[in-house]
Ligand binder design. Structure first.
Ligand code: 5AD
Ligand code: SF4
Length: 479
């Protein structure tokens, strides 16, 4: 099979940030009509790894495929198109993808016309793409996060020309509106407000794969929120690598606080957002979150480390003191605030003293939940060039110690719910017991309780009877 390279990724190009206005365009596939024929009677299978941005990308790809008559299947052996949507943020995320391709490649032997596609952040790293191409000759389509809007045309070309197609452009990126969407959930929705990242934290690959920070037009976001409200959605989550940066690249006079406020006024019952960078979290945002009942009092505020020196080496733009004073302001102005975070253990040459500063910060902030990671060198990032004197065993030890510290507070926080009555958005039915439902409180605590399936998608009241570290057990309160 011939390989056709439309574009090959390049980290130097991916790094460039030329100051320019955000470009906007509309979704316009060339082969949409032919694709409607091609997709008839055919199925697609999609497997997504990684963050909410990837999940939202999956929903866009599903929308495009369904607009050309493909139907989703959860059985890859039945599929005519298989898409693996990858994550590159840590090595273990990449390892899972290698395993997945290993499992799925056999279907190309059975179905010679199968499109086996890999997309997402992983393929945007040239060295990883080289490995994938050599290791998996079965894969016949590679495309990046900037080519998602071209999915139908890429499938068309791969199918008709029997080539292996590589279309991965490293660029700053643009905003493309009017893309189709087929959402995974009928009552909870993700709404992109800003794409990309300009922060270039020294350990992170994301700014290289997802391009520069580029905000959607305020009016386009609000149109989407209005439609979701009309369709009966109970919860929306505004998405961005850094939602606080919203609007800085536009000349529209709207910032993230305005997005929150305008959406809150539309009356969607629950509004959430992720992720916020502590560096540019404004007092205006804090005030708006405090002001509206339907903006959930949950802030995901990645700290990464409790040591100002490590934060400096990470390029995080804030110190331990700045972070703690921001937390203090948030807690004093937003009663009942639930804080969650991301923490990296074992940044190159992190000393025991610096790690202990992370422990004392965690004890002081008292997070309600946290994602913890062992540092994973990402080729092409500045931190990956630093010679590291800390062994992996020592990093694992620190990781376990950190989790212990976090769990002390998470457990105490869970216990404090016992006896209280909380509003819960019912998420679904337990896989093991049809009579058990689960859902989330406004503060994002997972609750299990007995109830009927008809309650899924509704907000109900639940009295908490028991607590575990990461979940609660309750009973429905009938009013
Ligand atoms: N190693 C470990 N964790 C990382 N993260 C990002 N890059 C790395 C890396 N190289 C974590 C950060 C970020 C979260 C999404 O992933 O904590 O906030
Ligand atoms: Fe990565 Fe930092 Fe951007 Fe978050 S803010 S995506 S950690 S570079």
């Amino acid at each position: 099979m011939k390989t056709k390279i439309i574009n090959y990724p390049n980290l130097n190009e991916a790094k460039s940030r030329v100051k320019s206005e955000t470009e906007f365009s509309f979704y316009s596939p060339i082969h949409i009509n032919e694709m409607k024929e091609l997709g008839k009677g055919k199925k697609y299978y999609i497997h997504t790894f990684g963050c909410q941005a990837n999940i939202r990308d999956e929903e866009t790809m599903k929308g495009m495929l369904e607009s050309s008559n493909y139907v989703q299947t959860s059985d890859p052996s039945q599929a005519d198109v298989i898409i693996i949507n990858t994550c590159a943020v840590r090595e273990n995320a990449e390892d899972k993808v290698y395993g997945d391709i290993g499992n799925l490649k056999k279907y190309r032997k059975i179905n010679k016309k199968l499109i086996l596609a890999i997309c997402g952040c992983m393929v945007e790293q040239p060295e990883i793409l080289d490995i994938l191409i050599n290791k998996f000759p079965e894969v016949n389509l590679y495309f990046g996060t900037h080519e998602i809007d071209q999915l139908l045309d890429l499938i068309f070309e791969t199918y008709h020309n029997d080539v292996r197609l590589i279309a991965i452009k490293s660029k700053q990126g643009e905003v493309i509106e009017n893309k189709n969407v087929s959402r995974n959930n009928e009552f909870k929705a993700y709404v992109n407000i800003i794409y990309g990242c300009n922060k270039f934290c020294t350990y992170c690959i994301v700014p290289y794969t997802r391009g520069k920070e580029r905000s959607r037009h305020f009016a386009d976001i609000m149109d989407e929120v209005r439609e979701l409200k009309k369709a009966g959605y109970q919860e929306i989550t505004f998405l961005g690598q850094n939602v606080n940066a919203y609007g800085k690249d536009l000349d529209e006079g709207h910032d993230f606080a305005d997005v929150l406020e305008e959406a809150a006024k539309m009356g969607i019952p629950r509004i959430r957002f992720t992720t916020s960078h502590p560096w540019d979290f404004s007092s205006k945002m804090i005030e708006i979150i405090a002001k509206y009942d339907n903006i959930m009092k949950c802030i995901h505020l990645p700290v990464q480390s409790g040591s100002s020196e490590v934060l400096r080496l990470m390029g995080r733009r804030y110190s331990r003191e700045h972070y703690l004073s921001l937390v203090k302001e948030m807690r004093s102005k937003i009663p009942g605030l639930s804080l969650s975070t991301d923490i990296i253990v074992g940044f190159p040459n992190e000393t025991v003293e610096q790690f202990n500063e992370t422990l004392t910060l965690v004890d002081e902030v008292k997070y309600e939940s946290a994602f913890t990671f062992i540092y994973s060198p990402r080729r092409g990032t500045p931190a990956a060039k630093i010679e590291d004197n800390v062994s992996y065993e020592e990093k694992s030890r620190r990781f376990k110690e950190l989790v212990k510290h976090l769990e002390v507070n998470i457990e105490a926080d869970s216990k404090s719910y016992i006896g209280g009555v909380y509003k819960v958005l019912v998420d679904g039915v337990s896989k093991t017991d049809k009579n058990m439902l689960s859902g989330y409180t406004e503060s994002n605590k997972l609750v299990h309780f007995k109830g009927d399936e008809s309650l899924v998608g509704k907000i109900i009241k639940v009295k908490i009877l028991e607590s575990h570290t990461y979940s609660l057990i309750g009973e429905i309160v009938n009013e």
